[in-house]
Design a protein around this ligand. Structure first.
Ligand code: CP
Length: 343
């Protein structure tokens, strides 16, 4: 039996996501003090930097009674090869095949962060490193942001919308923002997918050339249809903000320019100062809240006036990472027969 993983919300039904949100709310209110990781450990593997994910996972593992083992391949642990059938005569010391199965003998759960290097769109859109971990892992795996998905962030985002605006359908705008360099698509992908799964009216606003993955957009449309909701894609950021109840800002790179960042930088240059969330755009909303996954560049993605306003919920959004990740870990551990109580 392969363990159940949390790699993308796509693999979880709407009902299951709703139950995770309820479990997260119970952790947040202090109503659930269970410790399904008591006496056990979780490995947290970081190929890339992190503040929120690393801190909230370490605190979450501790609060669930467990111990966390943080590893940084190429830093505090060996460099890792993930490709199959390669002759490892280059600069990679260990293969994921051994790394993951060895960790599974020590730890009840593995979390992994592995960003897209933005070099090869066709390869990276398939999430090769995350999938190599999943191929070999004999214990539950939690995606802590991969090339294409950041499902823990998306679940915290959904929890925050529910907390601030109540349950039910909201007009939610995912707004591309100018940034001096191309960034991965994991956050916008996962936000849009989860918003569609939970039945929000989703508007995706980006300049021409910054489309999300076609197959993912198909999945987002299909999940929205199942939930009785609509998805709109627009190139007009001002119009997108009209009547919005949530403005979620995020920058991402164009898939046309993976491997050529200087071309993307040139392409996006005209959008500086235009694709930024400022007071004028927030005035167009329906008392909308401002969201961002953080870290955020002030006065680049969002003005000080907006992020410091009462409409900004970014700190609560970051806090909710802790609660949803506890809910996810507890669910995965209990599904494996661990912990004292099932939900
Ligand atoms: N939002 C988020 O994942 O933050 P970190 O990159 O700091 O973990």
């Amino acid at each position: 039996m392969m363990p159940r993983h949390f790699l993308t919300t796509k693999d979880w039904t709407r009902d299951e996501l709703e139950r995770l949100l309820e479990a997260a709310a119970r952790f947040k209110r202090g109503e659930d003090e269970s410790q399904p990781l008591a006496g056990r450990s979780a490995a947290l593997v970081f190929f890339n930097p992190s503040l929120r994910t690393r801190a909230s996972m370490q605190v979450g593992v501790y609060e669930l009674g467990g111990n966390s083992v943080v590893l940084e391949p190429g830093g505090t642990s060996w460099t890792l090869e993930h490709r199959e059938n390669v002759v490892m005569d280059g600069n990679k010391t260990e293969h994921v095949a051994e790394f993951v199965r060895v960790l599974g003998r020590y730890c009840a759960l593995i979390g992994v962060r592995t960003f897209a290097p933005l070099q090869d769109w066709r390869a990276e859109r398939l999430d090769p490193i995350l999938n190599a971990f999943a191929r070999y892992s004999e214990v539950p795996l939690v995606n802590l942001e991969s090339a294409m998905h950041h499902p823990c962030q998306a679940l915290a985002d959904m929890m925050t919308i529910r907390e601030k605006l109540g349950a039910g359908r909201r007009r939610v705008v995912l707004a591309w923002a100018w940034h001096p360099k191309p960034l991965p698509m994991a956050v916008p992908n996962s936000f849009a997918l989860a918003a569609a799964q939970l039945g929000h009216e989703l508007v995706i606003a980006h300049p021409p050339g910054y489309e999300l993955d076609d197959e993912l957009i198909g999945e987002i449309n299909s999940r929205a249809f199942d939930a009785g909701a609509n998805v709109t894609v627009t190139n007009d950021i001002d119009e997108a903000c009209d009547g919005a109840q949530v403005v979620y800002a995020k920058s991402w790179g164009s898939r046309m320019f993976y491997g050529a960042p200087e071309d993307d930088i040139e392409e996006r240059a005209p959008y500086r100062g235009q694709w930024i969330i400022d007071e004028a755009k927030m005035r167009r909303t329906n008392s909308g809240i401002f969201m961002h996954c953080l870290p955020v560049r002030r006065n680049v993605i969002v003005t000080d006036a907006v992020i410091d306003s009462p409409a900004s919920v970014v700190i609560d959004e970051a806090e909710n990472r802790l609660h949803v990740q506890k809910a996810i870990m507890a669910k995965l551990i209990r599904a494996e027969g661990g912990g004292r109580r099932d939900e």
